[in-house]
Each structure stands twice: as C-alpha cells, then as structure tokens.
Design a protein around this ligand. Structure first.
Ligand code: DGT
Ligand code: CA
Length: 570
C-alpha cells in the first residue's frame, strides 16, 4: 500500500506551504487530498494503474501527476524543493503548542532560528522580544509548550504502544519455539502513558527467540542482547524489551514483569510475612521448595490471594481486597452495548451517518449516538436548525435499513463561558442524548470552570458531560476543577460524566473515575470517534475503567437501549 506514503508527503507539503505563508486554498487542497488518500480502502496504485486517480474526490491533474511520481520514484520533486527552503528542524517547531506556521516563519526569517533548541535559547535570552507581536507572555507560553513537548516525547500514548506491541507479539508468536507470549509492564496494566514496551515469552530455546527478535524488520537499533533480556529501538524510536523465560516460570515472570513496581513490593512483603520468598521464578518456602510458578493464578493463590487483574496492580488496595475475596468483577469490552459520543461528516467527522452506524453495528453494538457539534462551534462545522433537520431525516431512513440496531439522535453541545448551552431548550428536547462539553475558555479559574460544569449538569436536557477536564495529549494539560462539587451535582442531577476513550484524551482519568464511582456518579465510556476506525478506541476507555475498578453496572452504555434511555432521564 502506497497510500500512507503519498498522504505523508502531501501532509509534509501542506506544512511547508503553511510555514512559507502560501495560499490557504492550496494548503487545504493538499491536506484534504492527504486525508482522502489515507482513508481509501483500495491501494492508490490500483487507481494509478487504471488512470483513475482523478476519480478520487479532490484529486486534479496536478495532484494526480504528483501521486504517479511518488508511486514511481518514492519521492516528489516539489516536496524536495520545498524542503530545501525550509529545514526539517524548523518544521519541528510547529509541534510546540503555541507556535503556528506564521510565528515559525518569523523566527526562521528574522532571527535565523532553525530548531526547537535554538528557539528555547532565544526565548530565554530575550532575543524574541525584538520581534513584532512577541510579548513576555508569548515567550512564557513558548517555554511552557517546549516543556510539555519534551514530556510528551518521554512517554507514548496507548494507541502507539498497543500498535507496536501487537505487531511484534504477532510476529514472535509465529515462531515454533515460542510457547506463550504476552505484553507485560505498564502496557498490560493499560496505564495511560507508557515509557517502553515489555514483552515476555516462554521458550525452551531463548537464544533462537532473542535472535529472531533483534532481527525483526521493525528494528532500527539493537540496544542490548543478553541471555534473558534483549532490547531494541523500533524505526519509530519506541524501545521494546523482550524477556525470555522457561515455560515452567512463566506465571511468576508475568506477575513480576507486569508490575507495577509498588504492587510487586507489596506482594514481596506479604510473601515474607508468610515465611516465603517471591521472585520472577516463583514463590518459594523457607526450604527453597517452589510453591507456585507456572501460572499467575497459582502464584497469587500461593499467597492466599484471588487473581488480581493487571489493570488493578498498582498497590491501591487490591491486595487487601484479594485477600478478603472482595475484588470487583471488572467491566469487560464485551459488556459495552453502544457508543454514545461519535461524529459524522455532518460536523467534523470523516464518515457518513450510514458508515458510522454500520461500523458500530459490525462491532456487535446495539446502538450508537451520533453527536455532531452544535451551532456555535463554527470551526467544527456545528449544525444549525436546517442541517439538524436534514440529519434527523437521514438517521430515520438509515435506521429503517438496520436490523437490531438503533441510531440515536444526539449532539455534543457547547458549554459557554457562563455555563449555558448554545441550543435553545426546544431544540435540546428533540435529542435522544445530549452531551455537553467545554471547547473554549480553558484558562478560566478553577471556580469559574467548576461553575460552568455545574450549571451544565443542572440543565435538564444535558445527559452527559464530555471529556470533563479538557486535557489533550501531549499539549493540553487538564484544567483544574473542583471534583467534589462536580460529583455532588452530577449525582444529584443524574448527569453522567464521560470517560473519553480516545487515547489522546482518556478523560476522566483513572483516579478521578474511581472517585466518581465511589461518589455514585453515573459514568459512560465513549470514543468521541471522528472516523469509523476510531470506534475501536473503546478498548482504551474500558482499560481505564478497569484501572478505576469499575464494574459493568457502573457504566451506562452497558445497558440495553430501553434501560439506557430510562436511566439517563432527568
Ligand atoms: P513504564 O515502562 O515506566 O511505563 O512502566 P513499567 O511498569 O512498564 O516499568 P518498567 O518497564 O521499568 O518495568 C516493568 C516491570 O518490571 C515493572 O512494572 C515491575 C518490574 N520491575 C521493574 N523494576 C523493578 C524493581 O526494581 N523492583 C520490582 N519489584 N519490580 C520491578
Ligand atoms: Ca515498561
């Protein structure tokens, strides 16, 4: 498939044109073409071979010729020429939250600043202040942005981590010498951000498995290669560690390398109190006799504990609960019966009502709520009354086609700076589900932001508050709100809080979700999908919910449709 290659080059061209301050229409044309090509189901080479490139929406003669050139040579002359005008390191400045193409261009042209590091020095030395429109506050924002960017690069999001891990695990699983293999570490615990990927393989032939690992096609550099552990850096600069272990110790090793470190320490002290010893090879009694090692279940049992699910292994009360046999029965992906937050091409989603609904039905769901943006969110093409009507008609006609599946009519509405909603009550009352969200004014005080959310909860038409703290990985930190107050009002008004499953959001966090449960606040796990492929992000939301000790009954979208509609009533 050359599709990714072509769309990456088109995106690169758009970025460079933006820095140069080129014609906005041309920039948009490249971006749109990149998106369309990325979403094509067929290989772009097939279109090229049949001289059918211009049938693709947004592709004219000029772009078609560039696509053919990329397919034939792997390169695009126009892109190479643009790159000579603007170095890569200048482009990388765009990753800083408060730096747009215009400012990047200003720094580059006026002060010859060519990289993030050079920008940091210039910001610290006061040199930037000589430029027009740059104030002390701008500089503070730039420095803060650089810090956030650095932090973001130290850890990766769960989507990146699972994608890399799945590919490698799949390749190694094919080896005859690998008996069992699993991801371990923070990824297995579904931690929100992961530093590196740990994989554990059971084998009688460690050398062969390690050799295969360090020779995988994804490897950029081998960092270490030893008897029991090898480490590589993938071509995307992700560190992956593989541990190989004798099958008879697999369970003990899996417990050990899944962690967390604090959980392991707590297990070890429990073992010591029982007169035993635990390590990656097993649980041993005083005489050195192995009591358990092969499976995780045995290992926990030997310490008189129920099996603790990986997501709970953080030493936050799980060991005590396991010893008393009162661990929660954690929610599972199969418990989810629908998704209550998804966008279509009516607002800023990529796919149509029908495509989104069919994708949700094929996941086995009973329902999806299509919650396009509301009228005041112009940047996301929010819907006015006329388009709402059109969408409603379309939903009805698609609903007739789908069996055992229902599309709900919803909207993600704006909470304004005072906490009021942008649609009038007569419109709001026409939706099956209303999700309210803050998309502007993040810099207000804790008090003001809390008041906005509280007021939105008090609106009798609002069923769910979307991504309650607004964080967006890696550049936007959560805004500060008074959860105690919000939980109280959410419970009193029967307003659910969302666990947004998008890997860049994961908002509420695991700790906040656990507190929400303890405060009896209704919760919903939603993907906020903007394309059919995003519906699969549900697993990240469920992972987070499991880290928060949530059970099926704590989550609204595990309910069947009628029960759900009843439960959200205010
Ligand atoms: P990360 O990589 O920072 O996202 O988090 P983890 O939990 O994957 O940490 P990592 O990769 O350093 O180690 C993997 C597991 O190995 C960890 O969860 C528990 C275990 N482990 C690592 N170091 C220690 C240690 O010093 N003591 C104990 N008891 N276990 C450790
Ligand atoms: Ca790790």
């Amino acid at each position: 498939m050359k599709n990714q290659e072509v769309s990456a080059i088109f995106r690169g061209i758009a970025e460079l044109l933006e820095i140069k301050g080129d014609n906005p229409f041309r920039i948009r044309a490249y971006l749109r073409a990149a998106e369309t090509i990325e979403g094509l189901e067929k290989d772009i080479q097939d279109y090229a071979a049949g001289e059918r490139l211009e049938e693709i929406p947004g592709i004219g003669v000029d772009l078609a010729n560039k696509i053919k050139e990329i397919i034939a040579t792997g390169k695009c002359k126009y892109y190479e020429e643009l790159k000579k005008l603007v170095p890569d390191t200048v482009v990388s400045m765009l990753e800083i939250p408060s730096v747009g193409p215009k400012t990047a261009n200003l720094f580059f042209k006026e002060l010859k600043i060519r990289s993030v590091d050079e920008l940091k020095n210039a910001a610290k030395s006061g040199r930037l202040l000589t430029l027009p429109g740059i104030k002390q506050k701008t500089i503070e924002n730039i420095l803060k942005g650089i810090e956030l960017l650095k932090k973001g690069k130290e850890r990766m999001d769960l989507l990146t981590a699972t994608t890399v891990a799945e590919v490698i695990v799949l390749e190694l699983r094919r080896l005859r010498d690998v008996q069992i293999i699993s991801a371990a570490g923070s990824l297995r615990r579904m931690k929100e951000r992961v530093r590196d990927i740990d994989i554990l393989a059971a084998t009688k032939n460690p050398k062969k498995v390690s050799d295969a690992f360090i020779n995988l096609p994804h490897v950029k550099r081998v960092l270490a290669c030893g008897e029991t552990k090898s480490s590589i850096l993938t071509k995307d600069d992700v560190q992956v560690d593989l541990r190989v272990i004798d099958p008879k110790s697999y369970g003990a090793a899996l417990v050990y390398f899944t962690g967390s470190k604090n959980h392991n320490i707590a297990l070890r002290s429990r073992a010591i109190k029982m007169g035993c010893k635990i390590n990656e090879y097993g649980v041993f009694n005083k005489k050195g006799l192995c009591l358990a090692s092969k499976t995780e279940e045995e290992v926990y049992r030997s310490l008189r504990l129920d099996l603790i699910e990986p997501e709970m292994r953080e030493d936050t009360g799980e060991i005590e609960a396991a010893s008393k046999h009162i661990l929660p029965k954690l929610i599972e992906i199969k418990d989810i019966l629908g998704d209550l937050h998804a966008h279509t091409s009516y607002s800023d989603g990529k796919d149509t009502v029908e495509a989104m609904s069919q994708a949700a039905a094929s996941l086995g769901y009973d329902y999806i709520c299509l919650t396009d943006h509301s009228v005041s969110l112009k940047v996301a093409n929010g819907l006015d009354t006329a388009r709402l009507k059109k969408k409603r008609h379309e939903l009805e006609s698609v609903n007739k086609k789908l069996k055992n599946f229902r599309i709900l009519f919803g909207s993600e509405v704006e909470i304004d700076s005072d906490g009021y909603i942008d649609y009038k009550n007569d419109i709001l009352s026409g939706f099956d589900v209303v999700i309210a969200a803050i998309h502007s004014g993040f810099k207000q005080s804790r008090k003001q932001l809390t008041k906005r959310i509280v007021r939105a909860c008090q609106n009798k038409h609002v069923h769910i508050i979307a991504h309650p703290t607004g964080k967006l990985w890696p550049t936007r930190e959560p805004y500060d709100v008074d959860f105690k107050e919000i939980f109280k009002v959410a419970r009193e008004t029967n307003t659910a809080l969302e666990i947004n499953a998008h890997p860049y959001r994961l908002d509420l966090s695991d700790t906040a979700s656990r507190l929400a449960k303890e405060n009896k606040v209704p919760l919903a796990i939603n993907t906020d999908s903007h394309a059919t492929s995003h519906l699969a992000y549900m697993k990240f939301g469920v992972g987070l919910a499991r880290r928060a000790w949530l059970e099926k009954d704590d989550v609204l979208n595990t309910l069947e449709l009628d029960a759900l509609l009843k439960a959200i009533k205010k």
